[in-house]
Design a protein around this ligand. Structure first.
Ligand code: ZN
Length: 335
């Protein structure tokens, strides 16, 4: 006789969970231009934040722990001062602002409340992936600073720092040798990676472009940050999309700590469909630590990576970002 009651109880629990899930955040959505949006006043109420307007186009939400700043008609968002690229611009309609639901769920929430989303995140093995190698130099600077060598040096410095803190770290390559993109993720999988960070230096056609950016995998059906509005975004769900929430938590911590350690220009957490992000067997991010382009490099960025102390600051930023993420994940498990 107890069995049916137990089943009924289970059914009711499941039903409650289903109903509770969309409103777990307690944030009501509205339909605008055929898409689901959340008014910022609802987000403020949910986080217990107060709103202020630092300028005509900016609105800031703030509580004791976090500060989020939005800009009208812009995909730029600042979480505790760190730039993050939204999937869709913040809208202002009359006197009210709103953001896309996906941006609340998958951009803001994992950065602001990482502990809620990292309960099952692994914390044992960190795999670092120095980009390029062998015949593939990657980007190079006017003084022939080669990306493949800079990122290998930085990766080894990160490893040393993390190992000193008792963290288990592996590299996809330990020397200047060629490595296919596809074998980087398979190597990470073979090493049972819990966390994967690919390290690169960037290139741009404009020598004034400088700074550091961190990429995480684009969401299915959403634009990559640097090709917003180009064509219909891919609907493909990649293996890396299993970790969308942890990817954001990791990307945010990396970018935040890289800017803190280096003082370089903050180019933000962005989204892209790079192969090493698509096929990652665990939460993953790709950091672009400087701009190097033959004849066109940004002089300050080049100086930073030529200098061993500069590379060490970059390494400290990456190591601190990884440590902050692992601390978030450990705290998530304690609750
Ligand atoms: Zn590269």
């Amino acid at each position: 006789m107890r069995q049916p009651r137990r089943i009924l109880f289970l059914a009711v629990s499941l039903l409650t969970a289903c109903i509770a899930l969309p409103t777990r955040a307690g944030v009501q959505t509205v339909n605008l231009r055929g898409k689901s949006y959340i008014p910022l006043q609802n987000i403020a109420a949910y986080y217990g934040m107060t709103a202020s307007a630092p300028s005509r186009k900016r609105i800031r939400l703030q509580n004791k722990w976090n500060q989020i700043e939005f800009q009208t008609d812009s995909r730029s968002l600042w979480i505790n001062g760190t730039l993050v690229s939204l999937n869709e611009p913040t809208l202002k309609l009359g006197r009210k602002w709103a953001i896309n639901v996906a941006d609340f769920n998958k951009t803001i929430e994992p950065a602001v409340r990482p502990k809620q989303f990292l309960k099952t995140a692994g914390i044992r093995v960190v795999v670092l992936d120095p980009g390029h190698g062998g015949d593939d130099n990657g980007a190079s600077s006017p003084r022939n600073v080669q990306e493949k060598l800079v990122v290998l040096d930085v990766a080894k410095r990160v490893k040393k720092r993390l190992e000193a803190a008792g963290i288990n770290v592996e590299l996809t390559r330990e020397s200047d040798r060629a490595m296919a993109l596809s074998s980087r993720c398979s190597k990470a999988a073979a090493l049972n990676a819990d966390l994967f960070v690919s390290i690169h230096a960037n290139s741009a056609a404009n020598r004034k472009v400088r700074g550091i950016e961190t990429f995480i995998l684009s969401l299915p059906g959403r634009y990559s940050s640097n090709s917003y509005g180009d064509s219909t975004p891919s609907l493909t769900v990649n293996p890396g999309n299993r970790y969308d929430l942890a990817n954001m938590a990791l990307g945010y911590r990396l970018q935040q700590n890289l800017i803190k350690a280096t003082g370089q220009e903050d180019r933000g957490v962005k989204r892209a469909r790079f192969e090493v992000l698509r096929d990652a067997p665990c939460p993953a991010a790709l950091v672009e630590v400087a701009f190097l382009v033959a004849f066109l490099s940004n002089a300050e960025d080049e100086a930073m990576v030529i200098d061993a102390a500069g590379r060490d600051r970059i390494a400290r930023g990456i190591a601190d970002g990884i440590t902050a993420y692992l601390t978030d994940a450990k705290r998530a498990k304690e609750k």
